[in-house]
Every structure is written in structure tokens, then in C-alpha cells.
Design a protein around this ligand. Sequence first.
Ligand code: SAH
Length: 359
Amino acid sequence: MQDANSGKPTAKKRKQRRDLRAMSHGQLLELLGDLGQPGFRAKQIEEWVWEKNVSSFDDMSNLPKSLRAHLSQACSLGGPREVGRQQSSDGSRKYLLRYEDGVSVECVGMPTRNKLAVCASTQAGCAMSCAFCATGAAGLTRSLTAGEIYEQVMHARDDFNARVTSVVLMGQGEPFMNYDATLGALRRLNSPEGAGIGARHLTVSTCGIIPMIKRFAGEPEQFTLAVSLHSAVQRTRDMLMPGVRKYSLLHLYEIMEEYVDKTGRRPTYEYALIKGVNDSEDEMGALCDFCRGNLAHVNLIRLNDVKDSPFQPSSDRRAEEFVRRLGAVGVDATIRNSRGSDIDAACGQLRQEMERLSR
Ligand code: SAH
């Protein structure tokens, strides 16, 4: 799928309207007050927007016609437009969604049995520059609002016409560099007035922004945390993940201990095995040391091909050896192999994790 951030911004007039999905409940009440409307209309409107995901004010059949007209002048409701899709023979669908200002992101819906897992993006592009990542190469375009993150999930829901059972924020972007919008989206996804998905089935994946992991540990909901580790050797991790160089592995280790103590929840560590880079005996030993003695699940990811990348995936045998060695020190590990999938491989890693989390 091509990057479509080159899309032209839409007409000026549309941009001046307020994005209704970016408004808080209080702001909506204020707007309705200005229009001389009673407060209960806010709840009605929110139901149309967040539960029913309508794309036009005309569909809000329990609102007076005049209010619908006022709202459509004052606010936009558009939601993203699908400008591309890829469909896999295994049933997953990857969408390219474009927002009003022309910026676009990817989102994946993956049905398994009676479940539907969705992988959504939190930013258009990413500033973290991980050496093996396709998104990292292009840099950050902009962060998404909570509404924009949420809408991706609703897009998949409506396209599959099925209830979404889990969401992973593992698409483009670093969620913890866009913390408030990420939390806003998670809360909306969790809320019975929104998508109504259980907090444990909502997962955030971070490259390890320590102050935000600390903050996340203090949130009242039981959201799930995944941390992209990719190496437990400082020098290797600095090379693979330059965006988090300033947070040492020792510091990450300490904060994750604190996270587990505080929440009692088991974090996942993502580890894409790269031949000759992070799959040596030393690397394996360091990973075992990092994970042992604390709650941890390791997700060994098959490295996806990225155009012009110097990195190669490790062999399957090497991955199995990692699982065995981690198991020997009491750490659960799983390998997910996305080979055979006909959908663009760039999102294979998302699929694997979604499969695990939606089980
Ligand atoms: N910024 C967040 C979430 C987005 S990426 C994070 O870093 O966790 C989701 C996962 O895919 C991360 O673990 C990321 O490191 C991994 N990933 C990125 N490019 C990959 C590739 N080419 N092959 C395998 N995994 C990759």
C-alpha cells in the first residue's frame, strides 16, 4: 500500500468546522446550550457518533431537523475515508484511511472464528526511527486525536459488520508519544457507551517511553501493555531503537518491575528476531536475564521484509531455541509466523500479536 499522505487537503470551508468527534462531553453541552438545546441531546448525539458510527447528521433521526442542520453547519462528522484496502485469503483486511486534512494511516481487521481483532494506528508516521521499521523511515507527520484512533476501529467494525472483540494499538506511531489521545481512545473503546470492549482486550504497544509507562501503571483500567524490547543488550538496542536511547535498559527493567508490582498484570515483550543482530547466545542470555523472575510473556516476531533493509529474519530453529531457553528460566514465549499470508507483509507482525491477544 502506498503512503497517501500526499492527498490534497479538503476545501477550506470544511476545515473550519469543528470536528465533533474531537469534542469532549462538556464542549458538546456548551455548543448545544448556545443553540438553545436541552442537555439530553448531547447523549443522543453521542450515541449516534460513538455507538452507531453514523457519518451524516441526517441519520440522527431522533434529533429535530433544524438541529441537524445547525450541527452540520457548525461541525464535521466525516470520519476517515477508505482510500485503499488489501484483503488476505485468511480473511484479514488492511485499510488505508484518510482523514479530512489529507493525512492517512493504516488499520487492520482480522477475524478469527467468532472474534474480530483490530490493529489501529495512533500517529501518522512515527518519530522513533527504529532501524527495522518501515514507518520509522519516513518520520512523523502528525499525532491522531482520540476520535481519529477510535474511528479506525469503527471502520473495521462496520466493514465486517461484526462486534470488535479486541484492539491492539500496534499500527503506525508511538502511542506513548501521543498519550492523552491514546488513553482517550482506549476509554471510548472500553466504555459501554462506545465500543464496549473489555479493558484486558485493549492493548497498547510502546517502544518504552519510561515516564509514560509509569503513568500508564497508575491508570485505573486493566488495559494490557506490550513493550517492544528487540534486544536486552544496551548497545544492540541503541542501534535498533535510537528513539529510546535515552532510556537505559536498566531503567526500563526497574520501571517494568514497578509496573508489575503495581498492576499485577503480565506485560508482553516484543522481540523481532534478526539474524546475526539480536539472536546470538549473548543476546539470548541477556533476554532471559531481563525477563526471568518477573511476570513476562515474550512474543518472538518473525521480522518482516522492509524494502532496502539490511536485516534478515533469524531461522525458525533459532526462534525455537529462544522459546526453549526462555522456558527453561520460567518465561512463556510464543513464536508467530506470518509466512504464507498473502496480505502485504508489512503488517504481519500486527496480525501475529492480534491472533495471540484475541485467543
Ligand atoms: N511504536 C510502538 C507500536 C508500533 S509497532 C512500538 O514500538 O511498540 C508494533 C510492533 O511491530 C513493534 O514491536 C515494532 O517494533 C514491530 N515492528 C516494526 N517493524 C517490524 C518489522 N519489520 N518486522 C517485525 N516487527 C516489526
